[in-house]
Write a protein that binds this ligand. Sequence first.
Ligand code: DQA
Length: 151
Amino acid sequence: MPDILVIHGPNLNLLGQREPGHYGADTLQDIEAEMAELARGHGVGLSSFQSNHEGEIVDRIHQTLRDGVDFIIINPGAYTHTSIAIRDAFLACRKPFIEVHLSNVHAREEFRRHSYLSDIAVGVISGLGKDSYLLALHAAIIRTQHSETPR
Ligand code: DQA
């Protein structure tokens, strides 16, 4: 059974109350419940990790070298635009990942248009709210269940 890990970066623990105009009314728990249902229906394992700390996210990515995670979905939050350390962790661990954003980062401030991760991601989904995560999970399931699909 393939194992997929979802990583949520800083401030995403406040979803539901944080800037709902950008991020919607769903809480992280709401999003995770829908993802868990989808994963269950497809027989894939799903775990999640949220941290407000860059080093903890780096450590969690390193841990995937030992814990059998096959694929990562990450919303890096503001670290998208700043973190060479998270980029280097992905390069070091060579785990395929999809970058997701609830908001359309290209329709906001200029500084949100640059990502340190997009060019090394399998794909990027931005601007579809909760569906960004669900679509990423669909794609991750296809890629982990049919390993002949290019990653
Ligand atoms: C975000 C977009 C980032 O620019 C921002 O810093 C976030 C959330 C999103 O999901 O839209 O924290 O990643």
